[in-house]
Write a protein that binds this ligand. Sequence first.
Ligand SMILES: NC(=O)c1ccc[n+]([C@@H]2O[C@H](COP(=O)([O-])OP(=O)(O)OC[C@H]3O[C@@H](n4cnc5c(N)ncnc54)[C@H](OP(=O)(O)O)[C@@H]3O)[C@@H](O)[C@H]2O)c1
Length: 246
Amino acid sequence: MKTSNNTILITGGGSGIGFEIAKLFSQNGNKIIITGRNEERLQKAAARLENTTAIAADITSEEDVHQLVEKIKQDFPELNVLINNAGNASYYSLVTPEINAYEKAAEEMDTNFLSVIRLTEKLLPVLKAQESAAVVTVSSIVAFAPRKELSSYGASKAALHSYSQSLRLALEKTSGVKVFELMPPLVNTEFSKEIGGENGIAPEVVAEDLFKAFEEDTYEIHVGNTANIYKLFLSSPQMALEAMNQ
Ligand SMILES: NC(=O)c1ccc[n+]([C@@H]2O[C@H](COP(=O)([O-])OP(=O)(O)OC[C@H]3O[C@@H](n4cnc5c(N)ncnc54)[C@H](OP(=O)(O)O)[C@@H]3O)[C@@H](O)[C@H]2O)c1
């Protein structure tokens, strides 16, 4: 996949991993569009980057997604890369009384999984019309083995992993759209504060690994410790589960 002269939509591009991806790709001659719900933060982020446009949108809102897709078709018909990075997580114990695990799981499934399917489906005609195109999903190390305090988050990322594999197979037979899955371990962002994110890797490393994966056409990207957990998972799923829950 080429690493310059792309037009790239990054959901959740106003902070954390998405922002670092926007920064790295904008510095390398790509046009960037970032989305998020917090318009003020999004505009501030875009102002710090070259060649970047901010469009506020909640990816769980059908109406927002409709408007976003219409705006892309009108203003950026050359869009050739979609990076599904926006995500959220709830950190909770399944045995805490009245924790409302259903609500938390529903929100995570909607943001991390169902919304990705809707946005990707709506943008596929635009992507397919380009000579070279890619969809990127951002799942997680927990797609291979869950952490018990991130049970429904892990389930949403496992579902996204399964979807990414299927989408890759479906598209390689029918189009030139490549499907990359970025699988970070613990990363030091706002998102991971509650779960000891300060011990995680820098979000810049995740962006650099995606950039390298584009250069090399590596479709499943096991960033940092994800590579170790993956190896362990292949030899013993039980040991991978124990390692994630030490
Ligand atoms: N940090 C980690 O340890 C880690 C590890 C593995 C995978 N990941 C994954 O990496 C991705 C990025 O996370 P991050 O660590 O960079 O966290 P982050 O800084 O909190 O970024 C998440 C971004 O998603 C956006 N977002 C959330 N819900 C949204 C919605 N409904 N509509 C539109 N945008 C929405 C947020 O913007 P608004 O709030 O403005 O909407 C924010 O910009 C996520 O998919 C996460 O699951 C993170």
